[in-house]
Design a binder for this molecule. Sequence first.
Ligand code: KIV
Ligand code: ZN
Length: 436
Amino acid sequence: KNKYIPFVPIKMEHRAWPDHQITHPPVWCSVDLRDGNQALVDPMNVEEKLELFHTLVDIGVKEIEVGFPSASETEYEFLQALIDGHHIPDDVTIQMLVQARPHLIRKTFEAMEGAKNVILHFYNSTSTLQRKVVFHSDMDGIIQIAVDAAKLIRELSEPVIRGGTNLRYQYSPESFMGTEMDNAVLICQRVLEELGATPENKVILNLPSTVENCMPNYFADEIEYFIEHLPSRDCAIISLHPHNDRGEGVATAEMGLLAGAERMEATLFGNGERTGNVDMVTLAMNMYTQGVNPGLDFSNINQIRSVYERVTKMKVGERQPYVGELVFTAFSGSHQDAINKGVQYMRESNSTLWEVPYLPIDPSDVGRQYEPIIRINSQSGKGGAAFVMQANFGYDIPKAMQPEFGQIVQVETDRVGTELKPERIYELFRDAYIDI
Ligand code: KIV
Ligand code: ZN
């Protein structure tokens, strides 16, 4: 039973609202071990990468970019450890990134030996800015780089496929967001042709923002245009790789999905270059709270966070959606009161929907507790203290008694100047009403 329903404000019901909803999840691809790892001050060692890999598998991610094996020995070794140590479940595909450069492509083919399911992900940059200041090349030169790489990849693939590897291809026109859309279509179409893409053997076209430099609706227009104008659209899976430079990564991803994208590259808690990649947790949980099963399991978010913090040596923010230390708390009295009433309403009405104000999600869905929702400080009202007594100690304080007890708690919070833990509230209650 789904306790969350799509958000439909009354005044918008007359519109074709369901046309503008995300109704199913994308294919998820984690780039934690590559984009995420390359952005760490202190990159993960092989053991740490293995632990994160297993965490991603447990969450249910089926496509995992495991690194850039031609870039360094550590990356290469990790891949060997993964493959030789039989760490990859049969239903999980590992993805390897490589620049569209012949010697790196050759090395990547060596690295994939023994792997069962592989996505070979190659890229070159296509934006007007990169063409001008980095490559000093016109679009024909940029297309040639991608086409030559595609040709070589196809050549090198034959023995690998014969050897039993299920090999698929992914091409990224890096900095897609800053590329003229007709050029993006042109280069991707040439790559599809060179790789022999068919509707049965689709190639993933991964469209990265690389550096987020426009509003989410603009990006959605780009995706829509790209999809409409790509001649071999039926031979491609449209994937997105949003970054978060303007703090709009999640919105960009959601708009991109509405525009027709089918796959999403993301990282846990938004780790990645600069301001990070799009946050897989927020994106997935946003779908969940709109009644769409994201196909990922975040029911034990604290455990996932603790692995993440250990291996990345970074902290998840206290207000990070769905997971931060403070996101299931309410300090203000009116919020506490409303939460209290919501919980009571659900209990009394046997509601199967989640109908608690100020809490967009049932904390227990991500393995968090009801208990810490209400914390008492000088901003809390009378309902908060009563709720703590009920939730933590099973005391139903009569309505008539609540103002007086609220006042006792208020005096104490003013005196100590900090938040009160449930145990202290119990002591105040005991001292006032039980011990006398
Ligand atoms: O952000 C980016 O463009 C990338 C590519 C390599 C896909 O990480
Ligand atoms: Zn990236």
